[in-house]
Design a protein. Structure first.
Length: 469
């Protein structure tokens, strides 16, 4: 506002100066330019001699020479041009309006024939010219803004303080829900993330922030519950073989002469192997949960791996097989995976199937032509099956259905969970296909297909296999 007022007053002064130049140019037509004029002026001949000027410029003029330059000879005679001149500092009181200032002039040039009344003893040639200068002195503009400055000096600090107070109060009011969210979030601990923040009904980003924080706290709470459940289950699983091992050794030590030491050693070996297997599976799950990098992957023939595992189960079964294992792998089918991880996935599925089968297990490897192309590995047994309501729970850690609660022949309850985690790490998935009641369980492993699949003669392997110890 101050700048606009100054510019408006300065433009008005420039307009008055132009009018004065026009008036003076008309007055020089043989007449006199006697004053007073509204602004300082100076009329200069083309050789720089002073023809006439206002009293304010007298302190800057020496020996009849004008302070401002003459028009010179030749060239055009422009009207109403604007120039800027720097005035030196002088002590004469008459020059206080010009001393030390840089001012703009409005000037015009006329022929010498119009200057007959302004020669004042000067002899001018017939082709001589003269230049008329009017100085634009911004006194009016400066006075206008000076009066405004007194009001601004009192009003601007007050307005600034008022705006600051309003902004502070508005910010405090707007951030009050954020502070409540911060305080409630600060009370959440890693061991008890059950707190939830209040969701304000504002319909803006603060409400979205509260909803996001509640969703995050819900995930943390679920993770904490899962961790507590996992620790409790792991401790329970470890305590059972440890108690059995300790009890057998204490009884044998108390009655060494009556103990059947080969049986004691065999029982201790079984429990030690169980502890070793359980510890290895717990460490593997810990690595998977920590996001450890997967081993190097390479193309692996899943059909060939299925054949090798079938031979291994046959050698383990011996002469009196409990379960017949059939492998149907009609062609070489390659998947890109870590060989050890892939073998563990298939082995865990087979161990689970052999453990629950009544007499037959079928392992099938085939290609799925759907998009994207993949490899399907199906493990089907003829056991009691799995209820549809338990189809997802069996993939949770330490989950055993009622039929497999006995720990003598049952597993640790980690095999299926490990198999699914490993499959996910290799871009695959494991599902339980829903089967009619009493027709057994069917687990389906799906993995991405590589480009290195080679046709092979159809073949079906039949082996006998006993359940693993």
């Amino acid at each position: 506002m101050r700048h606009q007022l100054y510019e408006e007053r300065l433009r008005a002064t420039s307009s008055v100066a132009r009018e004065q130049v026009n008036t003076m140019l008309g007055a020089t037509d043989g007449g006199s330019v006697g004053g007073p004029w509204g602004a300082p002026y100076e009329i200069v001949a083309d050789d720089g001699e002073l023809l006439t000027s206002s009293p304010e410029l007298a302190p800057f003029e020496r020996g009849g020479r004008a302070f401002l330059p003459g028009p010179g000879r030749g060239g055009s005679m422009p009207l109403y041009t604007e120039r800027r001149f720097r005035f030196p500092v002088v002590t004469d009181p008459a020059a206080h309006a010009l001393s030390g200032r840089t001012l703009t002039t409005v000037d015009g040039t006329v022929p010498a024939t119009a200057m007959r009344g302004q020669t004042q003893g000067h002899t001018l040639a017939a082709d001589a010219r003269a230049r008329v200068y009017i100085l634009i002195v911004p006194d009016d503009a400066e006075q206008a803004v000076a009066s405004l400055d007194h009001q601004l000096m009192a009003g601007v600090p007050t307005a600034t303080l008022l705006v600051a107070c309003v902004a502070w109060l508005a910010t405090r009011r707007a951030l009050r829900p954020v502070e409540a969210i911060r305080a409630r979030t600060a009370s959440v601990t890693a061991t008890d993330p059950r707190e939830r923040v209040e969701v304000p009904d504002t319909g803006d980003e603060v409400q979205e922030l509260a909803l996001t924080i509640n969703a995050t706290l819900e995930r943390l709470d679920e993770a904490a519950r899962a961790q507590r459940r996992f620790v409790a289950d792991a401790a329970h699983e470890l305590r059972s073989p440890l108690a059995t091992l300790l009890a057998g050794l204490e009884v044998a030590s108390a009655y060494p002469d009556r103990a059947d030491w080969p049986s004691v050693v065999a029982a201790a070996s079984r429990q030690s192997r169980r502890l070793s297997d359980l510890t290895e599976e717990l460490l593997l799950l810990a690595r998977l949960d920590a996001g450890a990098p997967a081993p190097p992957s390479e193309p692996v023939d899943l059909a060939a791996l299925a054949g090798l595992l079938a031979e291994e189960y046959a050698e383990r079964a011996g002469a009196s097989p409990k379960v017949d294992l059939f492998v149907d792998a009609p062609g070489a089918t390659s998947v890109f995976a870590a060989p050890g991880d892939l073998e563990r996935i298939v082995r865990n599925l087979l161990d689970n199937a052999v453990r629950h089968a009544d007499g037959h297990v079928l392992l099938t490897v085939a290609q799925d032509t759907a998009r994207p192309p993949s490899v399907l590995c199906t493990v089907r047994d003829d056991g009691p099956g799995v209820p549809a309501s338990e189809s997802e729970r069996i993939f949770e850690r330490f989950t055993r259905l009622d039929e497999s609660r006995a720990r003598v022949g049952g597993g640790t309850g980690l095999g299926l969970a490990i198999a699914r985690d490993l499959a996910v790490r290799h871009g695959g998935w494991i599902d339980l296909a829903i089967q009619p009641t009493g027709s057994g369980a069917c687990f389906v492993l799906r993995l991405p297909l590589t480009d290195t699949t080679i046709a092979r003669r159809p073949d079906v392997h039949r082996t006998g296999a006993a359940g693993p110890s």
